[in-house]
Design a protein around this ligand. Structure first.
Ligand code: GDP
Length: 192
């Protein structure tokens, strides 16, 4: 797939704003500030297609990017404490509505922070994915921030928590670790 051809398509804050499901969709999910925008930009080799910020919790919409064969779907980051209760409910309704809308979801890239234990919300999301039957991979990002032994310990811990049921792709938007692997997964879906 030609990753550099991705373009912003639309943003949906309400379920009735979702674009028609016509092409396979690659969904990016993760808690606010996990590094989701950085991962998307790195994978697409674009500086700032997806908005990165040091201020978490700012995007409450599902953002769609189109490529020649696929659509990339950037879900709003979850778990940011300083968002109002009603905003959290709207997020949940939007994201659940998206996943239940019988769309052509080709792959979900679930992003977690490799340095930390998964949050309650991460566990909830991964549990949902495991039960949904949707194809997904877990990108463990910010790998550049860990020393070799810390990294091994974290990966071992993650495998214990998820009982070896998941596949983790160590990722870094800083040194590019994992980029080719994520691209290969996306290409496999988009070039079908
Ligand atoms: P988002 O809210 O999930 O979209 O997160 P961002 O992509 O905006 O990243 C949040 C913060 O983490 C920013 O300060 C990024 O520079 C930083 N960050 C993101 N990915 C990485 C990474 O792989 N390594 C390091 N060291 N920092 C990262």
């Amino acid at each position: 797939m030609n990753f550099e051809k991705a373009e912003f398509e639309s943003a949906a804050g309400l379920l009735n704003q979702l674009p028609d499901s016509t092409v396979p969709e690659i969904v990016f999910s993760g808690r606010s500030n996990v590094g989701k925008s950085s991962l998307i930009n790195k994978v697409l080799n674009r500086k700032s297609l997806a908005r990165t910020s040091a201020k978490p919790g700012k995007t409450g919409t599902i953002n769609f990017y189109k490529t020649p064969d696929c659509r990339l779907v950037d879900l709003p980051g979850y778990g940011y404490a300083r968002v109002s209760h009603s905003e959290k409910l709207r997020w949940a309704e939007l994201v659940e509505g998206y996943f239940h809308a019988q769309r052509k979801i080709g792959l979900v890239v679930q992003i977690i922070d490799m340095r930390h234990q998964p949050t309650e919300d991460d566990l909830h999301m991964i549990d949902f994915l495991l039960h949904s039957g949707l194809p997904f991979v877990v990108a463990a990002t910010k790998s550049d921030k860990l020393k070799k032994t810390e990294r091994e310990t974290q990966l071992q811990l993650l495998n214990e928590i998820f009982k070896q049921q998941l596949e983790f792709i160590p990722f870094s938007a800083v040194n590019g670790e994992g980029v080719e692997e994520i691209r290969a997964r996306i290409t496999a879906v988009c070039s079908k």
